[in-house]
Structures are given as C-alpha cells and as structure tokens.
Design a protein. Structure first.
Length: 162
C-alpha cells in the first residue's frame, strides 16, 4: 500500500540528507512523499511567525498516515521536530525514526550520531508518551533504507492502526 508521509527534520542542518531519503522513491514504484518545503519557502514561512508555521505543519500532516523523523546530530534539540512528533501523537499517526547522520551532506561530510527524539517524553492530552516504546528507529545507511523504507513506513502505520 502506498502511504503518504510527512518528513520531520532539522531543516538548516539536514535538508541535503533529507532530500536523499525523500527522493529515493523516485526510482521505485511503491513510494510517495508529502510534507516538503524548499529553502526559499521555509524562510518566507519563518518570517510569517510561529502561528503560520504551525498551520503549515498541520495542513501538510493532515493527509498523511505516518510521520518520518529523519534523525541527524541535532534533530532532537529542534522545537519544530518536537512539535511535529507531538502533533503525530495527538492525531494517532504512525511514527518512524530514520537516522541520517551517516549520509553525506552537500560537502561530502557525515555527522556523529545524535540523540533520538523518539526517546523524549511528550505530554499529549495529559498523558506522558515516549514514542520509542511503540515505534522503531532505523539507520538509512546501516539498515539499507533505500530497499527497506517502504516496509518501515508500513510498519509504523500498522502500529498506529492506520
């Protein structure tokens, strides 16, 4: 089954790595993507303020069943990533973590592994939730994301009951 996904990631630091994951479906028949914004649009959106960013995130997530958190060195520190994970939990969307720190950036550099934001505790409707207790995190490079990404997304959707 084709799933629409929202990609959550540290835009400034990992957009090059994120594009490698996002674009991997172009050479395959069974993948589809959503929830992407380019650098110029992101800068314009940031100038509009937090309320505009939240509206954009919610509208992009609306037609998706899974949120894919692309995890780089500093992803777990990003407030917008935390917001997107919390929104996914509120909406009972599937979540999958994908480590991308060991993909090369535009300069051919890799990064050290960062903390997994799915290990954080999020408060949703008065409940303390740790997504890593239900959802999995994979390594794009070490676990052959190119061939396995669709399975990871499907697994997250099934865990969420979607």
């Amino acid at each position: 089954m084709v799933r629409r996904v929202f990609f959550s990631f540290h835009f400034d630091r990992d957009h090059w790595r994120a594009n490698q994951v996002r674009n991997s479906w172009l050479t395959q028949d069974d993948q589809e993507s959503a929830g992407y914004i380019d650098a110029a649009d992101w800068e314009d959106l940031k100038r509009q303020g937090d309320a505009a960013i939240k509206r954009w995130i919610r509208s992009q997530m609306d037609s998706t069943s899974v949120v894919v958190v692309l995890i780089g060195t500093k992803t777990s520190e990003r407030d917008w990533v935390k917001f997107e994970i919390k929104e996914a939990l509120k909406e009972d969307k599937g979540i999958v973590g994908v480590r991308v720190h060991n993909l090369e950036d535009q300069n051919g550099n890799t990064d050290p592994q960062g903390d997994d934001p799915l290990d954080n505790v999020y408060i949703v409707d008065g409940k303390f939730l740790r997504p890593s207790k239900a959802y999995n995190t994979y390594s794009w490079v070490l676990q052959n994301g190119y061939d396995n990404f669709g399975d990871w997304v499907e697994e997250a959707a099934e865990i969420a009951g979607r």
